[in-house]
Design a protein. Structure first.
Length: 319
C-alpha cells in the first residue's frame, strides 16, 4: 500500500538542494555516495531519512517500513566514550550492503558522524566508495567535513544543509550568562583589596561549577527524549557514544554563547574607542577559541572554562 513519503525538514522544503535530490531520485540517477553536511546533525539525519524513504519505499517494494527500521537500511554509528567508528564495525556494514535487498529494489547505508571514523576504518570504507556495491546508496553525515580524508570527500556528491538557526537556552543558562557579564563588570570596575580579589576568583570557580551542572542536566534531558524516540535497538557502546555526542554538541553551543556574551559586554566600551577594552576583548576571545580547540583533543570542559575565566580575570582587571 502506498504511503506519503517521509517529509523533508520544514526549513529545507522547496530548497534547490532538495529539488535536485528529488529530481535525481525520480530519474533513478542519484549518485551512489552522498556527503551530507551542515551544522545540525538532527537536520542531516532527517535529510538522510527522507532520501532513504524515497529510495526504499517505492511502488515496486514488497513491503514498506520507516527508514530507521527498514530491513534494507543499514546504520554505522560511533561507539563507546571515544566515539569512534571502528574498522570491525565498518567491515560489518560493508558485509551487509554486499547482500541483495530484502523487500526493496536497493539498499541504503547511513554513516552517522562519518568524521569519527578511525583511520583504518576510513581506509577500508574508501575501497567501498571506489567500488560501490550494486543498487546501494551510501549517505555520509557529518558536521565536520574537513576532518574526512580528502580521498573520501572527492568520491562523494556534496550537499550542504544549514541548521534551522533556532535559539537554544537550557535551564539555568540565561542566568549563567547574566552572572558572567556581571562578573566581568566587577573586574573592569577595579579590584581594590584582597577580599575583592578572592571574591573574583571564587566567582570564577562558581561559574565553572554551574556550567558543569547546566551541561549535565541539559544533556540528560535531551538524551532521555532522544532515547525514548528511538525505533531501533542500539548497543550499549552506541548509546554511550550518542550521549557523549549530545554533550559535546551542547558544550560547543554554550561556549559560542560565552563568546557572544563577552563581545556584547565589551561593545559599549568599544564604541567609545577604548583601546584597553579592545585589547582585553581580543585576548579573552583568543583564549576562549584556543581552549575550545583543546576540547576537541578531549580536554575536560570544566578545566577549559576554569582556565579561560582565570585568564579573563587577569585580562580584564589589567585592561
Amino acid at each position: 500500500m502506498s504511503t506519503a513519503p517521509v517529509p523533508w525538514p520544514d526549513s529545507l522544503a522547496g530548497t534547490p538542494a532538495v529539488a535536485v535530490i528529488d529530481r535525481a531520485i525520480g530519474r533513478e540517477r542519484l549518485s551512489h555516495s552522498l556527503l551530507i553536511t551542515g551544522e545540525d546533525h538532527d537536520i542531516l539525519l532527517a535529510v538522510a531519512h527522507a532520501i532513504a524513504d524515497r529510495l526504499l519505499n517505492t511502488p515496486l517494494s514488497t513491503a514498506h517500513f520507516p527508514p530507521d527500521a527498514h530491513p534494507d537500511c543499514f546504520h554505522l554509528r560511533p561507539a563507546k566514550k571515544m566515539r569512534q567508528i571502528s574498522a570491525d564495525s565498518t567491515r560489518e556494514l560493508i558485509g551487509k550492503v554486499q547482500v541483495s535487498p530484502t523487500v526493496a529494489r536497493q539498499k541504503v547505508a547511513i554513516i552517522h558522524e562519518c568524521d569519527r571514523m578511525h583511520i583504518s576504518a576510513a581506509n577500508i570504507f574508501l575501497k567501498t566508495l571506489e567500488e560501490p556495491p550494486a543498487h546501494t546508496t551510501l549517505l555520509l553525515l557529518t558536521t565536520r567535513p574537513y576532518a574526512l580524508l580528502t580521498t573520501i570527500r572527492s568520491r562523494c556528491l556534496h550537499f550542504r544543509f544549514p541548521g534551522v538557526g533556532a535559539t537554544f537556552s537550557p535551564d539555568g543558562w540565561s542566568a549563567w550568562l547574566s552572572d558572567y557579564q556581571a562578573w566581568l563588570g566587577r573586574l573592569t570596575a577595579g579590584v581594590a583589596d584582597k577580599k575583592a580579589v578572592a571574591d573574583s576568583v571564587m566567582g570564577a570557580y562558581g561559574l565553572t561549577a554551574r556550567f558543569a551542572a547546566v551541561l549535565d542536566f541539559a544533556t540528560s534531558e535531551i538524551w532521555k527524549k532522544q532515547k525514548s524516540a528511538l525505533t531501533v535497538e542500539l548497543t550499549n557502546d552506541e548509546e554511550e557514544a550518542m550521549e557523549v555526542g549530545i554533550s559535546n554538541g551542547l558544550r560547543s553551543r554554550l561556549f559560542a554563547d560565552i563568546e557572544r556574551a563577552t563581545r556584547d559586554f565589551a561593545l559599549p566600551a568599544l564604541k567609545k574607542n577604548t583601546g584597553s577594552t579592545r585589547l582585553a576583548l581580543t585576548g579573552a576571545i583568543d583564549k576562549l577559541e584556543h581552549n575550545v580547540g583543546l576540547l576537541r583533543l578531549n580536554l575536560n570542559e570544566s578545566a577549559s572554562l576554569e582556565d579561560f575565566l582565570l585568564s579573563s580575570l587577569r585580562l580584564w582587571f589589567g585592561k
